[in-house]
Design a protein around this ligand. Structure first.
Ligand code: HEC
Length: 126
C-alpha cells in the first residue's frame, strides 16, 4: 500500500545522489590564495583538460581528450615562446593538435604571455 511512497522517496534520493556526483565531477579546483594572474587564468580555463599539475586531468580522459603533459621539461624545452602564444591564441588545429581550443577571442596578449610563463613554470619547480 505504501509502496508508491517508498519508490518515490528512493527515486528522489537517487536523483540527489546523481546530482551530487555530477556536481563533484564538474566542479573545478580553486587557485590558491595570492595566486598570480597567470595561475588564476590557468585554473579557470585550462585545468579542466590539463589538470592542476599540467599532466592532464582524468576529466579530459573521460571525454577521450589527450592533453599531453605540460609538466614535461624535455617536451616544453622544444617549444618556443611564440609557439606557446600561438597555440593558446589560435588553438591546436594549425599545428595538428586539434584538441586544444583557441583562446584568442577571450584573452589579451598580456594574459596569454602570463599563461605562457605559468605553463613554463609547471615543468620547473614542483
Ligand atoms: C578542451 C581541453 C583543453 C583545454 C580547455 C585547454 N587545452 Fe591545451 N591542449 C589540449 C589538447 C588536447 C592539446 C594537444 C596535446 C597534444 O596533441 O600533444 C593541448 C595542447 C596544449 C599546449 C601545447 C603542448 C605541446 O607540447 O605542444 C599548450 C601550451 C596548452 N595546451 C596550453 C593550454 C592553456 C594555457 C590552456 C588554458 C588557456 C589550455 N591549454 C586549455 C586540450 C585543452
Amino acid at each position: 500500500m505504501r509502496r508508491p511512497l517508498i519508490v518515490l522517496v528512493l527515486a528522489i534520493a537517487a536523483i540527489g545522489v546523481f546530482a551530487a556526483g555530477l556536481a563533484a565531477l564538474l566542479d573545478t579546483p580553486r587557485p590558491p590564495r595570492g595566486a598570480s594572474r597567470g595561475e588564476r587564468l590557468f585554473y579557470a580555463l585550462c585545468v579542466t583538460c590539463h589538470g592542476v599539475d599540467g599532466r592532464g586531468s582524468w576529466r579530459a580522459s573521460l571525454f577521450l581528450i589527450r592533453p599531453g603533459n605540460l609538466a614535461d621539461a624535455a617536451r616544453l624545452d622544444q617549444r618556443s615562446d611564440q609557439y606557446l602564444v600561438d597555440i593558446i591564441k589560435n588553438g591546436g588545429a594549425p599545428f595538428g593538435r586539434p584538441g586544444m581550443p583557441a583562446f584568442g577571442a577571450a584573452l589579451s596578449e598580456e594574459e596569454i604571455r602570463e599563461l605562457v610563463a605559468y605553463v613554463r613554470g609547471l615543468s620547473r619547480a614542483r
